[in-house]
Design a binder for this molecule. Structure first.
Ligand SMILES: C[S@@+](CC[C@H](N)C(=O)[O-])C[C@H]1O[C@@H](n2cnc3c(N)ncnc32)[C@H](O)[C@@H]1O
Length: 247
């Protein structure tokens, strides 16, 4: 299960997470752009862009953005459905294959904390640091670990027109992860997927960032920009390089 992220993001992901759609991405970007003050000529990276729902809307807003993801099927969808050819690249977030320097690196919708070893998650932050311009900034849109633990729904069943999804969730205290088993059933039969995401909290993130020469400057509890607190639904962090004198 260590390399679960290599198998979990197939075409099925788009159907299972159909509520994580273009509308949700559009609302998030519209709200974020209000408080991020991105200069019009910014060059941005959507790290783990998936099928490109944020990336395509950033481009629609005139923001020069590229995307990286490890899932071939999701990138094919990005190219075929969203015409993102030339904008997306297949790669691993631990080895970002861009020689460009970015003004902003985005990580949307819990696309971090996928590696069981902290050192590998730090490696991702180090890569973000490496591809940022000296005054570049990053945004990580992550789960709020406390909220996840307090509201864990151990089982649920969702029924759609053509398929059903059974989900089982649990906390793995040894690995400090929240884990999920998903069973999808449709005319093709039954398939199962597994997910495992680190339950890093803000204190953990400050340490991981500091080990990567990054600093968190702002944290929000949702996409409207509400201050983060223990009951927030999300943990959205914005920051930059430690030595860039960001405030
Ligand atoms: C929860 S999805 C979010 C996708 C997208 N940000 C969105 O909000 O629609 C996580 C994404 O991370 C990608 N991913 C998983 N492991 C990766 C890795 N090691 N390097 C790059 N991308 C990875 C998956 O393929 C998937 O598209």
């Amino acid at each position: 299960m260590k390399n679960w992220y290599k198998d979990a993001f197939t075409e099925d992901y788009i159907h299972i997470y159909q509520h994580r759609n273009q509308t949700e991405a559009t609302i998030l970007i519209d709200r974020l752009l209000k408080f991020l003050n991105l200069p019009g000529d910014s060059l941005c990276l959507d790290l783990c862009c998936g099928f490109g729902r944020h990336l395509s809307y950033l481009l629609d807003q005139g923001i020069n953005t590229y995307g990286l993801d490890l899932s071939q099927p999701l990138l094919e969808n990005a190219v075929e459905i969203r015409q993102l050819s030339g904008r997306v690249i297949l790669g691993d977030m631990r080895h970002i294959p861009f020689s460009k320097s970015f003004d902003f690196v985005f990580s949307f919708f819990s696309s971090f904390g996928y590696f069981h070893r902290d050192s590998e998650n730090i490696q991702v932050l180090q890569e973000i640091n490496r591809v940022l311009k000296p005054k570049g900034r990053f945004l990580i849109d992550y789960l709020n670990a406390e909220h996840v633990k307090d509201n864990l729904r151990e089982h649920d069943l969702r029924c759609y027109d053509n398929f059903t999804v059974k989900q089982k969730r649990w906390i793995n205290s040894d690995l400090n992860t929240v884990e999920k088993e998903l069973i999808i059933e449709d005319v093709k039969g039954e398939r199962s997927y597994f997910e495992s995401v680190k339950l890093y909290d803000l204190v953990d993130f400050r340490q991981l960032c500091s080990a990567s020469n990054l600093k968190i400057t702002h944290e929000f509890g949702d996409a409207i920009g509400k201050p983060f607190d223990i009951g927030s639904s999300r943990l959205i962090m914005v920051g930059g390089k430690i030595d860039s004198h960001l405030s």
